[in-house]
Structure formats: structure tokens, C-alpha cells
Ligand binder design. Sequence first.
Ligand code: G4P
Length: 525
Amino acid sequence: MSLTENDPVARRRTFAIISHPDAGKTTLTEKLLLFGGAIQLAGEVRAKANRRQTRSDWMDIERQRGISVVTSVMTFEHAGCVFNLLDTPGHEDFSEDTYRTLSAVDSAVMVIDAARGIESRTRKLFEVCRLRDIPIVTFINKLDRETRDPFDLLDEIEKVLALDTAPMTWPIGRGRAFAGTYDLARNMIRKLDSDVTAPMTPVDGPRDPVIRALLPAHEADAAIDELELARDACRPFDEQAYLEGHLTPVFFGSALRTFGVADLINALATFAPPPKGLQAESRFVEAHEKKMSGFVFKIQANMDPNHRDRIAFMRVSSGRLTRGMKAKLVRTGKPMALNAPQFFFAQERALAEEAYPGDVVGIPNHGTLRIGDTLTEGEDLVFRGVPSFAPEILRRVKLTDAMKAKKLREALQQMAEEGVVQTFVPYDGSGAMVGVVGALQLDVLAERLQAEYGLPVSFEPSRFEICRWVTGEATELNKFLAAYPSSTASDLDGAPVFLATSAFTLRYEQERWPSITFSDIKDYQ
Ligand code: G4P
């Protein structure tokens, strides 16, 4: 019996995949689920996404544009571990959601297209992982195609991301000659066309004739020299450095050919961290503590037309959640019965009878829960770390029917609580503004205001371009706010922001007010 068998926390691996669009995240997700037996057929993730697009009426926009704006959670088991894969929306306009999802994982898999290397979105997402030192396993994908030199790719990771690399496997041949991978530490090979679950073949180093036989004669010498160089010159894997987020183990493979996926999942089972404790404002909460606690990192309304409700996604951080238990919502101090917590399997859901640290449950509610909320068995814990990002686009909402102003205020408040948009009310009493990270969020907002509240709206440009949360010593801060009543506002939680018309104005004010901190990230609560 393994050590972890009776310990539900040690068995959990909660992770996300970070990548640039098209690097192969969807394909890899399918293959991982296939390993876990969570779905029977490869392609099902995509097939389901398509089906949802044709049957869903919850958001026309999703159908029209053929993109997924829903973050889902997928749970599967493999090698004695329970994996929770938190999927993130593919479209970059929803990066804010993606960032929040990253606050709920213990590790990440970074997928890189072997021909393209590090791309912009990967870099952005990586930076968010770095804020929390999230350990990252790298999967260099599409080895079945023409690729860049693997040494170059590792060099790029090291230079661009300032992250040490330790290749665990190395490609044998490249492009059309790609024949498999060599396990650098264990002297074993995995052949490209072997059964995906077959064990690796032991070899006697890179010069073993078995390897030469896999390669076209004119490429064999160069490929074997390269293997030898990789084995002798690359940095060995250091588990501690990985866990601290300073080093990434690198695997080469092809998600499409289900190649290298077994190495990846075994690596996650072997050394990806199980849920660890979480820092609350008052104290550190260990995952193994008896009492349940958890935090909400995402709210989704009307996920499924058959269940017209609002689902709060909560990550359990300690203890054991059982169906029917009474929890306390710390923000309001009110009790809340968890009568119908749900698990998600790809796009399906099932009632969760119990959940452990690392698990994500969906809690149906009618607007009681907000992003950043903490639920406990009674203790007043507040978890930090579900961030809000300064919007990059600010707009005034224009209502065609002025009689509905009050309804609009309520609707915007709800949308802000869900994290669809941010709202800012200027201190001088002028009309509220909405802020989004990506333009598509505005379309989603308009669509939902119309569909769910019967409010036809349009957006007017605002003279402000930049929004920063301002903090500082109370008297100084009040002086600052009083000096700029028409370019300061309060957000949903009453926190003050400074609105600047240009980067120049922002810099100017920052220099004039050195005691005020202007920040583009704000923790919830
Ligand atoms: P994403 O979620 O990161 O955006 O990427 P996705 O998995 O959708 O993959 C993007 C494209 O790359 C898809 O091709 C997919 O089949 C292909 N792909 C993924 N992994 C591999 C791989 O290991 N090798 C090769 N050669 N291709 C791979 P597509 O033509 O855009 O879509 P489809 O028509 O195949 O669905």
C-alpha cells in the first residue's frame, strides 16, 4: 500500500495548463482525460464543446463566435492520484478569469509549440504563476512536425522566463525523422509508435544500436551526438528547485499522437505538489486541518440552460466538505447550507458527497457568494490571493431607456460581483463606469444585460484610459482623493482608484504624490 493511499490530500493534484492559443492545450487535455478514463473517446472535449455551442442558449455570443468563455473543472484519476484540471478560457480577452483560476491551482503545465517557442500569452500567464511561485512542468508539443532546435527552446525558456530548465526526456530525431524520446536520467527510450501505456525500453546509453536503428542513416550520427550532449551537459532535475518555482522539468512529445503524455502525467503524480496550506489574514491554514475552509475564485451565471442558477466555484483549502454541511460565509457572518455542492466532469456535473483540499466544487446560489469569499466551519478566516486586475478599457454605460437607471445599477452590481466587469463610481457623483480587461467582455456584458435584465445598452468612450488602485496612509490618501474628485472613484468594494487620461498623467501624479501607491493589481476582499 502506498503512503498516500489513505491520505486524500496527498493524492490530490490540482493544476492548470498555460499556453498560447494553438499550442495544443485542448488536445493535451483530451489525452490527459483519456489516461484518467474520465472520457472514453479522444475528441470528446471538443465534441462536447461543439454540442454545447449548438444547444446552449445561455450566451448567444459564445455560439456566434465559436469560442468558449466558460472555465470548467475536470477531475480524473490516474496512478493513485486524483487530478483536478482547472481549464481556462482560450480567448485572451478572458485573461482575468484565467488569472483567477491560477489562484486556485497548486501547479501548472506549460505547453509550448516546438516550432514557435515562448509566445506572448504563455509569457503573461507564466508571470502570474511566478507571482505565486507556482511549480511548472513544461511540455514541448508537436514534436511530430518540424521543430526548432531543442537546445534553443530550452535557452529561450531560461532567458525569456528566467526559469532554469531540466530536460527529462530528449527527442530522438526531429520532424519527419522524429522516432521517440530518450529518458536522460534513466537511460530508457520510448518509441513513437509504441502503445501509449507500454513501458519504456532500457538502452545502453545514446550509442546503443537500438537508437541508431530508429534513425535515418544520414541523420543518425548528429542525433546521437545531440543525445549525448543533452545527457552530459544539461542541468539535472532538482525537485526542490521545481517546487520553489525556480526550475522546470521539460518533456518533449506530441499531444496529437498521445506521445509523451504518459511521461507528463506520471511526472505530475510523482512530484507535482499536493495541496498545501494557505495563508489567511489571521494565520496559516494547513490543508490537513480537520475543519473545512475554502475560497471562491470564480462565479458563473446561467452555465447550463437546464440549471438556471449562479454557480460559485470554490476550492476547498482544508478539512473535508460534506454535502449538507453548514458553512459560514465569513464576509457576512451568515450561515450557508451546502446542500448541493457539485463536481464537474468535463461539461457534465454530479452532486459532490464529499470533497477534500484541492478539489473544486460548484455551489449553486442566488447571488450570495462573491469572488474572493471564504467559507468555513465557523472561524473568521479570510484568504487573500484572488486578484483583480486593473481594467484596460473604461466605458460609460449608456441606457436607451433612462427610466431603468436603478435597474441598471443593480444589474451592474451583480455583474461586478460575478467578476464579469468592474464598476467604478466617481467621487464627484458623475455616472458609473465599467472597466474590462478585454473588449469581448463588453459584448458579453451588453448581451447579458439585454438577455437577463431586459436592458438595452451601448457604451460611450470615457476620457480615462488608465485605472490604478490607490493606497497610502489615511490622511495622505484623503488629501489625494479630495484633490481629484473627478478623476477618482470607488470600486465595487469601496476601494479608491485613480483614473488617468494617459500614461503621462499617471506618471506625473505618481511623482507628485510619492507617498501614494498606485497599483494595477488588487487582492479581493
Ligand atoms: P489550443 O487548445 O492550445 O488552442 O490548441 P489545440 O489543442 O486546439 O491545437 C491546435 C492545433 O494544433 C490543432 O490543429 C491540433 O490538432 C494541432 N495539434 C495539437 N497537438 C499537436 C501535435 O502534437 N502535433 C501536431 N502535428 N498537431 C498538433 P487544427 O488543425 O487547428 O485543429 P483540428 O482541425 O485538428 O481540430
